[in-house]
Design a binder for this molecule. Structure first.
Ligand SMILES: C[S@@+](CC[C@H](N)C(=O)[O-])C[C@H]1O[C@@H](n2cnc3c(N)ncnc32)[C@H](O)[C@@H]1O
Length: 234
């Protein structure tokens, strides 16, 4: 399927799929959305509830690597040790990776922070260049494994503290927002594990609840009223 770079409201790029009229992130700001949904309401929330610095994260839809680089950046500031598993069936090619500009637009979304753009660009490329299926130390505090496979092939059992559920929307991939899929997610989480997603769809929320999640509706990222955070009930 064709994917074209598209500039979003905060200056960061996403990829647009003309065939579906769908993009990888919100047009209201790709970076701002990722920071709000996955970092603030996911990782930062987890850290506020759990004293352990060791966190295992599963990303559903590795895609552009945006959530991955933002999570890596959190390990630079906080004493965290993150093992990160990104699942993706349709990886970006090199031209697509080069067409997105996250490291140079970070300043706009994090105005209070200083970034080493050159170093972060190297990390971003390293994240994309690491081989699939191999555990790679991106840094002492950030261990990445990318798995090239379909979500339906995930069979993890209580391995993760946190899931970034970043599949395409229910309009284009309704089969990914079902009880079957959320049962897999529930199984993959350790007790009291947390799943966050940008979506707030009622059917998706009920599917989560039916598989044993307690679900909260939270304020969404720019341009979106709500998002969901689900916690595995023990
Ligand atoms: C909304 S995009 C988000 C990607 C990523 N989190 C990012 O920030 O760029 C969803 C991703 O899921 C991948 N995907 C879609 N269906 C899939 C499936 N059935 N199995 C595995 N990956 C899939 C797509 O290729 C895409 O990269």
């Amino acid at each position: 399927m064709k994917r074209n770079p598209l500039k979003t409201a905060d200056g960061s790029y996403t990829l647009h799929i003309p065939e579906w009229n769908e993009q990888y992130h919100s047009k209201n700001g790709a970076l701002a959305e990722a920071r709000h949904v996955f970092i603030k309401e996911g990782l930062n929330f987890w850290c506020s509830q759990n004293p352990s610095p060791e966190i295992s994260i599963l990303e559903i839809g590795f895609g552009t690597g945006l959530n991955c680089i933002l999570t890596y950046l959190e390990t630079q500031e906080n004493s965290l040790k993150i093992t990160y598993t990104g699942v993706e069936a349709f990886p970006l090619n090199l031209k697509e990776v080069q067409s997105i500009n996250y490291t140079s637009t970070l300043k706009k979304v994090y105005p209070d922070k200083t970034f080493h753009t050159q170093k972060n660009e190297e990390v971003f490329l390293a994240i994309h260049n690491t081989p699939w299926e191999e555990e790679t130390d991106i840094s002492e505090h950030f261990i990445l494994t990318k798995q090239k496979k379909f979500f339906s092939e995930i069979a993890a059992d209580q391995e993760f503290n946190l899931i970034y559920f970043d599949a395409f929307g229910i309009r284009v991939q309704p089969e990914l927002w079902t009880e079957d899929v959320f049962q897999k997610m529930n199984d993959a989480l350790k007790p009291e594990g947390v799943l966050v997603t940008y979506a707030a769809n009622g059917n998706a929320r009920r599917a989560m609840q039916n598989t044993g999640f307690s679900v909260e509706r939270l304020s969404g990222p720019p341009g979106k009223r709500e998002m969901l955070r689900a916690q595995k009930m023990t």
